[in-house]
Design a binder for this molecule. Structure first.
Ligand code: URA
Length: 270
């Protein structure tokens, strides 16, 4: 049977990062307590810039005009837990994506995850299963999370829109904004220490950054949600990584994820 660490090594090789990281035997989680502790991550020289007080996307959120099946903003704000919020949203028809969905894809993971990923919207597999990132892009996301030394269930994974856009097109700004209040409430409840945005859409809709992802990736941003500033690390969408499977792209994503993990580890340091 394949040694469990072999899969981890394979993932790093796929990401093009073997040689840049410690050998599996020296990974912190595997090391016996008596071993010298692994080197602390080097702090990023620059802290994330100050957040915009309220992102333009947040300002643009408009409550649904047709209340049939849609939770009012007061219901969304009053949902005290993720399951309660998920339940309240099940009948949502706030935008044209609602009637076309098979399943509402709320998001999943640790309700108090320190690391949260935000993608664009469900694809075919996600629409069928009602779970985020379960197709090919999700497989790669799982591997990337594993390469960080985490399990998928230790993170939280959500999308800007909760219903599948037809033909997997990018959600329109109106569709994204109809759903944005739901994502904000999820973030308020989870209170992640770091958010990693996957691709241009969550960066634009959640953080208000219009710049292309190729230029914007790897640069810390912040969002102010529920009175908390949350550092945001933008990176490429895993589907883009699969399409552009070059070492340059894979290394870029790995650098972004490592930066997010280092921030997380520092934030957790006593
Ligand atoms: N792409 C996304 O942005 N989200 C998913 O859940 C799946 C694919």
């Amino acid at each position: 049977m394949e040694h469990p660490l072999q899969a981890w090594r394979d993932t790093l090789e796929e990401l093009g990062v073997m040689g840049l990281v410690r050998e599996p035997a020296a990974v912190a989680k595997e090391a016996p307590p008596s071993e010298p502790s692994p080197a602390r991550p080097t702090p990023r020289p620059t802290a994330p810039p100050a957040p915009r007080p309220v992102s333009p996307a947040a300002r643009a959120y408009a409550p649904p005009s047709d209340p049939i099946g849609c939770p009012t903003p007061a219901v969304v704000a009053g949902a005290a837990t993720l399951p309660a919020l998920c339940q309240a949203l099940q009948g949502c028809l706030a935008c044209p994506l609602g009637p076309g969905r098979m399943k509402f894809v709320f998001g999943e993971g640790d309700p108090s995850a320190r690391l949260m990923f935000v993608g664009e919207g469900p694809g075919r597999d996600e629409d069928l299963l009602g779970r985020p990132f379960v197709g090919k892009a999700g497989e790669l996301l799982d591997k990337m999370i594993g390469a960080l030394g985490l399990k998928r269930e230790e993170t939280y994974i959500a999308n800007v829109v909760k219903c599948r856009p037809p033909d997997n097109r990018t959600p329109t700004p109106d569709e994204a904004r109809a759903c944005l209040g739901y994502l904000h409430r999820q973030i308020e409840l989870i209170q992640p220490a770091v958010i990693v945005t996957l691709g241009a859409t969550p960066l634009r809709e959640l953080v208000g950054v219009q710049e292309g992802i190729t230029r914007a990736r790897g640069q810390w941003r912040r969002v102010l949600i529920g009175g908390r500033e949350i550092p945001v690390m933008p990176t490429f969408h895993p589907a883009y990584v699969l399409r552009q499977y070059t070492q340059e792209v894979r290394r870029a994503v790995w650098a972004d994820l490592k930066a997010a993990k280092e921030w997380l580890d520092q934030a957790e340091a006593p």
